[in-house]
Design a protein around this ligand. Sequence first.
Ligand SMILES: [Zn+2]
Ligand SMILES: [Zn+2]
Length: 210
Amino acid sequence: MKLHTNTGGPVATNGYLLADEATGEAAIIDAPHATVAPLLKVARHHGWDVKLLLLTHGHWDHVADHRVVTDQYPSAKVLIHQLDEPKLIRPVSIFMPLPFDIAPRKADAYIADGQVITVGKLKLEAMFTPGHSPGHIVFYIKEHSLLLAGDLLFAQSIGRTDLPDSSPADMARSLKRVLTLPDDTLVKPGHGPETTIGSERRSNPWLEEL
Ligand SMILES: [Zn+2]
Ligand SMILES: [Zn+2]
């Protein structure tokens, strides 16, 4: 397994390129503005075939570059949870006019809780983790103790729940659920540096009251 990160856009969002070197299959996980082209360059360099764009949720800072993926890999499928598809169909920021346009699009398919998505021989288990947004998903690769956490859990923080369609109660349930993962699970979040489940369980102040 190879995982490359690129961070960018107005709110420094992390995008990921995940590849199974053995089969040459790859996926992009989240597509922040102006971050995807360098990741695709890495994929091309290695001869990896990008089959999927997996979206943790529909916020503009995670979907902005979706077309960069499908322009270069026209057969790549764009997947998101059904409850966050409306944000992909109408990508806007409720806080500020965006300095760039995001093409509206539908999902090619939906991601549901418990679904196992394969990237070559890698198995990504989708965990439905609403709260920050109604259709938020994280991807757990058990074999590699890796969690692609989107805007659920950050190093020393959590995703905001003051948005019009956020739910603090759902967020608490979703956080409790990922905290059942093993301590050594590496967390690759949608913003900020990587961390581990154990480290966050021990010292993340936002998790104390769960
Ligand atoms: Zn978000
Ligand atoms: Zn975000």
